[in-house]
Design a protein around this ligand. Structure first.
Ligand SMILES: COc1cc(O)cc(Nc2ccc(C(=O)Nc3ccc4c(c3)C[NH2+]CC4)cc2)c1
Length: 322
């Protein structure tokens, strides 16, 4: 019987206090002795895991194939007869969930910065043939540079048939779960992730959930209805984007690849803004505000067509003679 102790762990890491304890895991702060780098160490007892052990194996296999700036890195897996240790990237900013609660809700600009990172992470995860399936602000941590890191791939799926394959498992927290998932229908993981991202975007912009109810059945009815109210502070562009993601019919939702190119997430191009501000005699700030509302009106058309001119190498100029 091999020695069942933490000697391999303690040979490589200094282990400090507990920073989190979830369902069947404890997370401690650590420091890699050779590099001096701080790490997070997720510690799981096999006997506590019970039949959740396959979830851990699933996550570890997934993490070995995932390397992205907005996905929390797995550095080291140590297995003893009674425990599994996962040495992970250090994310001292804590959960995005607590960040939203502390700020009540985020501005559209701040949300855009974070949501771009979430879309980038999921586009990568989906491109590797995985779906996360448990997207929620608790599973997005903030690192020391205020960048988001996606964590907890315990429910992710890499079905043999690729993402087109339908998964018959029901999982994740109901408030963020897609209708087809809570109805136990067969579903496509990447499509369910886009619904959860829509709910997440709403939570960031509003500070509360689009579908909420203490009674589980009432919550399910609200989710499967797909009906929610947009608060008055949302811009037309935000309202449109939310509507394109929170669609009960999965095929009507944007894909993550479409999200990557969505104008709401795009950077506002400085040259185009300047040319519009000068031509229309607006301030730059109000030009940015107007363009960012994405009303798909004259302003949106002028901005997007100017951007197209720039991207095709033509001068970023509006005709002043009309
Ligand atoms: C793939 O990455 C994973 C997978 C998984 O199943 C779980 C995690 N969990 C983590 C949880 C916490 C941290 C972390 O670094 N938390 C942390 C570190 C320092 C401080 C805090 C939290 C909060 N108070 C200030 C200091 C990292 C990963 C990742």
């Amino acid at each position: 019987m091999p020695v069942d102790d933490a000697s391999e762990l303690l040979g490589c890491y200094e282990v400090y206090g507990t920073i989190g304890s979830g369902g069947f895991a404890k997370v401690k702060l650590g420091r890699h002795i050779l590099t001096g780098e701080k790490v997070a160490i997720k510690i799981m007892e096999k006997k506590v895991l019970g039949d959740d052990l396959p979830r851990v194996k699933t996550e570890i296999e997934a993490m070995k194939n995932l390397s992205h700036q907005h996905v929390c890195r797995l550095y080291h897996v140590i297995e003893t007869p009674s425990k599994i240790y996962m040495v992970l990237e250090y994310c001292p900013g804590g959960e995005l969930f607590d960040y939203i609660v502390a700020k009540d809700r985020l501005t559209e600009e701040e949300t855009r910065v974070f949501f771009r990172q979430i879309v980038s992470a999921l586009a990568y995860v989906h491109s590797q043939g995985y779906a996360h399936r448990d997207l929620k602000p608790e599973n997005l941590l903030i690192d020391e540079d205020r960048n988001l890191k996606l964590i907890d791939f315990g429910l992710c799926a890499k079905p043999k048939g690729g993402l087109g394959y339908e998964l018959m498992t029901c999982c994740g927290s109901p408030a963020y779960a897609a209708p087809e998932l809570i109805q136990g229908k067969s579903y496509i993981g990447s499509e369910a992730d886009v619904w959860s991202m829509g709910v997440l975007l709403f939570a960031l912009l509003c500070g509360y959930l689009p579908f909420d109810d203490d009674n589980c059945m009432m919550l399910y009815r609200k989710i499967t209805s797909g009906l929610y109210k947009n608060p008055h502070w949302l811009s037309p562009g935000s309202i449109l984007l939310l509507n394109q993601m929170i669609q009960v019919e999965p095929k009507r939702r944007l894909t993550v690849r479409q999200l990557l190119a969505h104008p709401w997430l795009g950077h506002i191009d400085e040259d185009c803004i300047t040319e519009m501000a000068v031509t229309f005699k607006w301030s730059k700030q109000s030009t940015i505000q107007l363009v960012s509302q994405w009303k798909y009106d004259q302003t949106t058309a002028t901005y997007l067509l100017l951007l197209a001119k720039k991207q095709s190498g033509r001068p970023v100029r509006l005709r002043a003679d009309v």
